[in-house]
Ligand binder design. Structure first.
Ligand SMILES: [Fe+2]
Length: 206
């Protein structure tokens, strides 16, 4: 055997983050969110209000999401700047409906919050590694997928989960295979604080 040994190591890794904020969501808030006016959004329904965390009725949820963002900035990104929610909206995927692949512009991290009971079977959020057409497509067999070679990663949400992911990642929502609507909230974020360096003329105060 000419190969005496071999190793594989990660160069970089792409996280998604999951936090449970069940203690901050009340039955009244679920009712409030589900009572918001919804409008058509190609496939699914989206709230007309696109800043729902600014509603006083949802303050405890907005505060909990801010805490999740603070943990992510401190423990995952390890940055001194602060992440904050920009737009926030609610979504409904009716039975048979999913959401095509997309990513979120003008945002650093995006998140989903599964504030209400999820239908069964739960439709997953699917993240795709490639963001553009692949002329050469060499996926491994499904049972051989690992973090180095998988073209997709499927995330199954649970009620009360906040899921955070990089806004540039392409993701889709699987078709709702149940006979009940799938409720969620989505939000975008940006960063506040000082970036760069004064002497290097890269300073940016946000
Ligand atoms: Fe999205």
């Amino acid at each position: 055997m000419p190969v005496v040994s071999h190793e594989v190591h990660p160069l970089f890794a792409e996280p998604y983050f999951r936090a449970n904020i069940g203690g901050s969501i009340t039955a009244e808030q679920i009712k409030f969110i589900q009572g918001l006016k919804m409008v058509n959004n190609m496939e699914n329904l989206i709230s007309e209000n696109l800043y729902i965390f600014q509603e006083p009725e949802l303050k405890s949820i907005g505060d909990a999401v801010q805490e999740v963002l603070d943990i992510y900035a401190r423990d995952v990104l390890c940055i001194p700047q602060k992440l904050y929610v920009t737009q926030s909206w609610s979504l409904i995927c009716k039975p048979g409906i999913g959401m095509h692949g997309h990513s979120h512009s003008n945002s650093i991290l995006s998140g989903s919050l599964y504030y209400a009971p999820l239908p069964s079977p739960p439709s997953g959020m699917v993240f795709t590694r490639h963001v553009s057409y692949q002329q050469i497509d060499l996926p491994p067999a499904a049972e051989k997928r690992n973090v180095f070679n998988t073209p997709i990663t499927r995330v199954i949400p649970k009620q009360n989960d906040v899921i955070l992911f990089s806004s540039r990642l392409t993701h889709l929502v699987e078709q709702n295979q149940s006979d009940a609507p799938r409720h969620s909230i989505a939000f975008n974020t940006f960063v506040r604080g000082k970036l760069g360096n004064y002497r290097a003329v890269t300073e940016l105060a946000l």
